[in-house]
Design a protein around this ligand. Structure first.
Ligand SMILES: Cc1cc2nc3c(=O)[nH]c(=O)nc-3n(C[C@H](O)[C@H](O)[C@H](O)COP(=O)(O)OP(=O)(O)OC[C@H]3O[C@@H](n4cnc5c(N)ncnc54)[C@H](O)[C@@H]3O)c2cc1C
Length: 460
């Protein structure tokens, strides 16, 4: 617990109205989307960079942990204060869009701007910010940078890192740094903005982000195809890209997921289908979209799709996306506890990955519905279990470990979206050698020798 002296010193920095250690604040900031709970000793709302500098200097001097926090929507416990200390809540005073530059196609924002607010603001003037995590209505751009978040449009446009031009940040010693420039090209010095991206609040507090924007494409078309098995759908995915098609999104639902959505929402989905692929194309030239769709149809049919259906109206388009958007919550038909991971492999290894997951499910007697972003090789794997049944839960945990092992063996990664945080920290040794882990630790200790910034995360 922080002493009264420490609390008063922090309140002196930010003002009493921005510093709280009451039970209600400690509880409200104890959670993220993992539903684990670690209450901080106090919650501080810095008013500007100068406050963050002063807080970090004070915390460094007294070795108090500091956890930066956006919206707390993280799926791996990144914003939880495992060692107590200070939650640095940015939502109150760091939520402004500072600049939208139409000529240079960029935006400069504070870290607690909500992703969908930025999207709406730039779309009003014909521009486009593509990264669209499913949490975009509440997650912040700072949290997106700290986790390198991605979404359905990643297949064509990439993820948060592909849009970061520059960052401002406060280091644990209180020093302000600028990393990157407004320029498209910048090869001077180390790529510090790259280092801070996906650093999960362990290296610096990001205080300003300059993002690349694009003109909003004029047209978009959505299509859906049904496949006899999941391997055929995965083959169709990578063959489509190899054929030169550039879909914005290519998403899949396997048979277990299709059946769960249908059982929950009764939308007339084909419950005997092995898999469904949903794909969207966009662009400014209608002729190009027609070519993309005809090429997708050709490749899908050549990979055993039974029919290729293109939405003709906005209602039809939303009906197609409904199944994908509601996949996650419908899975509870298979069990009360969901262990979900977001492994990613190179696209051409997807058929083998899905085969391996099926075998692991059979071996450990668990249903493992899968859906997600085939277009970028990112699969949401859901081991459906019951945490009240210790024997069964242990088997589910074994299944998760074997799924991570399979992803790494297939040249993939532990996480394509949600990061490492606390939840995946035990698996870092599967993915990285001791030498690589030591390199991470050396970087951490160079920037944060007293380990005050978000300690206990990423297996460091
Ligand atoms: C229903 C649901 C759907 C989701 N869908 C997706 C998805 O499609 N794709 C995806 O990638 N993720 C997804 N997520 C996960 C989550 O929304 C993202 O990781 C998001 O980027 C977290 O943003 P946040 O503002 O909530 O950050 P927080 O949860 O508050 O923080 C996340 C991490 O970032 C650090 N951090 C936050 N702000 C800063 C800062 N300014 N400086 C330094 N460090 C900082 C924190 O310390 C923490 O380690 C989903 C989550 C939910 C609940």
């Amino acid at each position: 617990m922080l002493s009264a002296n420490h609390f008063n010193a922090l309140a002196n920095i930010v003002g009493n109205e921005n510093c709280y250690s009451d039970q209600a604040h400690r509880l409200a900031y104890a959670y993220d989307a993992t539903r684990q709970s670690y209450a901080p000793d106090c919650v501080v709302f810095p008013r500007g960079e100068a406050d963050i500098q002063a807080i970090l200097r004070y915390a460094n001097e007294h070795k108090i942990p500091v956890v930066p926090r956006g919206a707390g929507s993280g799926f791996t416990g990144g914003s939880l204060s495992v060692d107590g200390g200070i939650v640095l809540a940015l939502e109150k005073h760091f939520n402004k869009i500072l600049e939208v530059d139409m000529e240079n196609l960029l935006a400069r924002v504070q870290p607690a701007v909500i992703n969908s607010h930025l999207q709406a603001a730039v779309e009003k003037i014909g521009l486009f910010y593509p990264p669209d995590p499913a949490s975009m209505d509440y997650s912040t751009i700072g949290g997106n940078v700290a986790e390198n978040a991605g979404g359905m449009r990643a297949a064509k446009y990439g993820i948060t890192k592909n849009f970061i031009l520059a960052l401002r940040a406060v280091l644990p010693n209180g020093e302000i740094i600028r990393a990157g420039k407004k320029t498209i090209k910048d090869v001077a010095g180390y790529n510090i903005a790259g280092l801070l991206t996906a650093s999960e609040g362990t290296l610096a507090v990001i205080t300003e982000i300059t993002l690349r924007l694009m003109p909003k494409p004029k047209f978009a078309r959505t299509a859906m195809a049904i496949f006899p098995n999941v391997e055929a759908a995965m083959n169709a995915t990578f063959h489509s890209f190899a054929a030169g098609v550039t879909p914005v999104a290519m998403e899949f639902l396997d048979n277990l997921t299709i059946r769960a959505v249908e059982a929950t929402y009764k939308k007339g989905l084909p419950t005997d289908a092995g898999a469904i692929l949903i794909t969207e194309t966009d662009g400014n030239v209608e002729e190009d979209l027609r070519w993309q769709l005809s090429e997708l149809e050709r490749v899908f049919l050549a990979n055993d799709a039974s029919g290729f259906y293109v939405a003709q109206t906005e209602e039809e388009r939303s009906a197609i996306w409904f199944a994908r958007r509601n996949a996650s919550q419908s899975l509870k038909v298979y069990g009360p506890t969901k262990l979900n991971e977001d492994i990613t492999v190179p696209r051409a290894r997807l058929p083998e990955l899905l085969r391996r997951i099926n075998e692991i499910g059979a071996k450990h007697e668990h249903q493992i519905p899968c859906f997600g972003h085939t277009g970028d090789g990112n699969v949401h794997v859901n081991v459906m279990t019951n945490k009240e049944d210790a024997v069964r839960y242990h088997k589910a945990e074994r299944a998760i470990t074997e799924i991570f092992e399979a992803a790494i063996e297939l040249e993939g990664t532990l996480s394509g979206e949600h990061g490492i945080g606390l939840s995946k920290a035990p698996f870092m040794k599967l993915a990285f050698s001791e030498g690589e882990m030591n390199l991470f630790r050396a970087i951490k200790s160079a920037l944060d020798p007293n380990n005050i910034l978000n300690p206990g995360k990423m297996g460091l």
